[in-house]
Design a protein. Structure first.
Length: 504
């Protein structure tokens, strides 16, 4: 009989039958050790209800693997098996990890530039609305989505969820010692659907907007929940861990040491080291992203010109997942224009970070994308997709902000380079001619002017660079940049970018 096979970075699952009396979530220990030659990987198992116990594993190397289970229950202990790992299928690049300090790449080395969106409670909506969300995502150009495990109680999001996250006792109260397998199975189904669309699922583990009591679980219950969630989801290659949306609004009940411990529990139970971050509410309450268990900076801040400041402070990739949302609701974070959100995306990317999209337009049935998914009604998403397409054809390792040594004098305008390509985003500025940041060495260059709103790329009109007069403050010369070898003539309107690519 041939061995079971699975593709590299896909999900292998083994199921077993064990006790279903008492509370198996508390009383049954269950894990497995997967082995290939001298390498051994510990993988936690989980109870899936009705006497079913499962182990999930994401193999990262081809060839034969074996496993052995360990349990305090005799019928679950010492179970063995073997399987063969084949080459990954086309389009399967593996999980995303940090690369080149400030950027990301898939496990096979393919660059990954996150262009994410937010739909916190989309998996808690009626099935037909969830289907519409997936259809929308299949044509939009987002490759990451922020989504919460728990349902949300907030303006425009007051409906009851499809599933309770924990089972109810005989009195109808939620029992936070008994996860509801149906809820987690549904979450997994949608994470798998996102995976098949090439979309990373940024799983938000806690948030403060709660009327069901999930925020009031004890520390011990929180820890068990985090471990259980990790055991169930870690083998999905498209999972990222976000410890919280706006963690600082929960500090009264979940002190900082508890947040640190959540990170550690994930590290103890996720052998694949998926990306881990945490999101602030107050712009003055950033978590200390320098801590070793944090893979990247997740931030909420409208002041996107500070992106390089955060990069320098934390030394890790910066993802500003909430630079405010396109929409027209009363709340100020949800009523900026599409033009402004696109503007903030360009600034963020060209200052070496990444940005997140959200959409909050009033709807007669309170179906706002940011909360429930459905359809996109705005205009920013199209321009964000255009930006993604541009950068994915040019960027190989990640954009590095231009420095003074790059003929770059100011912080007002955003510019970045990667190898032989330079992007300059003029933003709100509308010069008739531009030279700073353009090449100072003669050579063959392709130069384009990009209209970020109309989504056009036009060969630039090259003109002589103006004389580079030194900056003087009285008798003191403050700076003198090297002369650019040419300048670009511009139509004198905002939201333009310049792209320079050196020919070889």
């Amino acid at each position: 009989m041939s061995k079971q096979s699975v593709s590299k970075w896909d999900l292998f699952e083994a199921s077993f039958i064990g006790p279903d009396t008492g509370n198996p979530y508390l009383g049954v220990g269950f894990e497995a050790f997967f082995k290939q030659n001298s390498r051994v990987v510990r993988v936690p198992g989980f109870y899936d209800g009705a006497g079913a116990y499962r182990i999930r594993f994401m193999p990262d190397n081809e060839g034969e693997w074996t496993y052995t289970t360990i349990s305090n229950i005799a019928e679950l202990d010492g179970q063995t098996g073997a399987f063969v790992v084949k080459a990954p299928a086309k389009g399967n690049h593996g999980p995303v990890h940090v690369a080149n300090q400030f950027h990301f790449a898939y496990a096979d080395g393919t660059p990954y530039l996150p262009f994410g969106t937010t739909s916190y409670a989309w998996t808690h909506q009626p099935p037909e609305l969830q289907a519409e969300t997936l259809k929308t995502l299949s044509t939009a150009r987002f490759n990451k989505i922020r989504m919460a495990v728990f349902p949300k109680d907030y303006p425009f999001n007051v409906n009851e969820p499809l599933f309770d996250i924990f089972e109810r006792d005989d009195e109808g109260e939620l029992d936070f010692d008994r996860p509801n397998p149906a809820a987690f199975r549904h979450l997994e189904t949608q994470v798998a659907a996102l995976r098949d669309l090439g979309i990373e699922a940024d799983i938000i583990i806690f948030h403060p907007y709660d009327r069901w009591g999930y925020c009031d679980m004890s520390a011990a219950q929180d820890y068990r929940y985090v471990a259980y969630l990790t055991a169930r989801l870690a083998a999905f290659r498209n999972v990222w861990w976000s410890l919280a949306n706006e963690y600082d609004f929960l500090l009264n009940s979940k002190p900082m040491a508890q947040w640190d411990r959540y990170f550690q529990i994930i590290e103890e139970n996720d052998p694949y080291r998926h990306l881990k971050s945490i999101h602030n509410g107050d712009v003055k309450a950033n978590y200390d992203h320098r801590k070793p268990w944090v893979s990247h900076v997740c931030i909420q801040n409208w002041d996107v010109k500070r992106t390089q400041e955060w990069r320098d402070a934390y030394g890790k990739p910066v993802v500003n997942d909430e630079p405010e949302y396109e929409g027209n609701i009363l709340l100020s974070w949800g009523n900026i224009s599409a033009e402004e959100l696109v503007h903030r995306f360009w600034i963020t990317l060209l200052r070496g970070g990444y940005a997140g999209h959200g959409e909050t337009f009033m709807h007669p049935d309170d179906i706002l994308w940011w909360a429930k998914g459905g359809a996109l009604h705005g205009e920013a998403w199209k321009r964000i997709g255009f930006l993604r397409d541009l950068l994915e054809q040019d960027v190989k390792t990640g954009l590095t902000p231009l420095a003074p040594s790059d003929n770059w004098p100011w912080s007002r305008v955003s510019g970045a380079s990667d190898g032989d390509v330079v992007y300059i985003y003029l933003g709100e500025h509308q010069p008739a001619i531009w030279a700073p940041g353009l090449p100072t060495e003669p050579g063959d260059y392709d130069v384009d002017v990009i209209d970020t709103w109309n989504m056009t790329v036009t060969p630039a009109r090259i003109v002589d660079a103006p004389a580079n007069h030194p900056t003087r403050h009285g008798a003191q010369v403050r700076s003198r940049r090297p002369d650019a070898v040419f300048a670009v003539e511009l139509p004198g309107k905002p939201h333009l970018a310049i792209r320079v690519r050196r020919r070889h």
